[in-house]
Design a protein around this ligand. Structure first.
Ligand SMILES: C[S@@+](CC[C@H](N)C(=O)[O-])C[C@H]1O[C@@H](n2cnc3c(N)ncnc32)[C@H](O)[C@@H]1O
Length: 325
């Protein structure tokens, strides 16, 4: 079955080359599982995860137009378990026990105040919302603080290799600096490790003619981010409907920078449909794919809402347009 533009499909990203027309995608932009223990990746070993990335990158050689781009948003793995790593044995002399927020403490607080939201529970316990989230969901745990044999795993090199192996070239990388989520939190660590406030966007290129069109951006956009490597975009704080949304501004910038109106944008880890929404706003076509039925429903709902709003706006601007449906 062929996947037609302007829809979101329930499927595994590894199958995309079977359904998306070859040489049609002008930009593929996605954020895959990060291998940090989120609910949607618990069934995947490190080996499975690497394989997933490799196969999905390979599929892009077929569907990307010559001269087109693949943009991957990802972060390093801050707590990579490695039993070969020598144990870190030193004591932490300044550790203050009272600041340890355990899962039990979070659960206790929520039992006492069942109507509190994540932010209120965090304020009550004197920790960040992320801490509450991690204790509840077990995601992205910086277990490195407590486990002696964890190291940081850089992910960019893996992607670069997988891409090169199949004929896609690393064209650029941007640093996405998120808001200082930790600024107001009483974050205490058992190590000298930092807390990352940034992620990467790796941009790969399929050989072929690429049109460079600076007029896609306004002068201010060029000054602020068109040719700048560091992008400051606040992260999505209220991940209430999806676990790991990226902000709309992130795919929007990539779409504006790298595609023309009418071009086809793909997100094969579509989640809540953020890239599809950005494509819609920027008058590009899109194909979304996600293997979770919940995500696909969410994305379709968000798109229906956005289309409805667009239609209302054009009716207000041009009241003589006949109503659809
Ligand atoms: C980091 S989230 C993407 C969030 C998205 N960028 C957004 O803003 O909502 C990763 C998504 O990949 C999906 N996923 C995980 N493994 C997949 C696979 N093999 N094929 C397709 N989707 C997959 C998950 O269901 C999840 O929605």
């Amino acid at each position: 079955m062929q996947y037609w533009p302007d829809n979101v499909y329930l499927d595994d990203a590894r199958n995309l080359a079977q359904h998306v027309e070859p040489d049609t995608v002008a930009l593929s932009v996605w954020s895959p599982p990060y291998h940090v223990g989120k609910a949607y990746e618990r069934d995947m070993s490190y080996f499975d995860w690497k394989n997933l990335l490799r196969r999905v990158i390979e599929a892009h050689v077929i569907v990307l137009k010559p001269g087109a781009f693949l943009a991957i948003n990802i972060a390093d793995i801050l707590c990579f378990k490695d039993s070969n790593m020598p144990r870190i044995m030193a004591d932490n002399v300044s550790r203050r026990k009272r600041n340890d927020i355990t899962r039990e403490k979070v659960l206790e607080a929520w039992t006492q105040y069942p109507h509190y939201n994540r932010g209120q529970i965090a304020a009550l316990l004197g920790c960040s919302e992320q801490t509450v989230d991690r204790r509840m969901k077990g995601n992205n745990i910086r277990g490195g603080k407590y486990a002696a044999q964890t190291r940081v795993k850089l992910v960019g090199g893996l992607l670069e290799q997988y891409a090169l192996d199949c004929g896609l070239f690393l064209y650029d990388r941007r640093l996405w600096v998120k808001d200082a989520a930790w600024e107001n939190s009483r974050w205490h660590t058992m190590s000298y490790r930092s807390v990352d406030e940034f992620e990467y966007i790796y941009i790969f290129w399929k050989p072929g003619p690429t049109m460079i069109n600076k007029s896609r951006l306004t002068r201010d956009e060029w000054t602020a981010w068109g040719s700048r490597a560091v992008w400051y975009i606040p992260s999505v704080r209220a991940n209430d409907d999806h676990d790991a949304k990226f902000p709309l501004e992130l795919p929007r910038r990539l779409i504006q920078l790298l595609t023309e109106p009418g071009d086809l944008v793909l997100d094969c880890f579509a989640g809540s449909g953020t890239s599809a929404l950005a494509a819609l706003h920027e008058k590009r076509r899109f194909i979304g794919i996600d293997r979770s039925p919940l995500s696909v429903d969410l994305a379709k709902k968000a798109l229906r809402q956005a289309l409805h709003e667009q239609r209302q706006q054009s009716l207000e601007l041009f009241p003589s347009i006949p109503k659809v449906g």
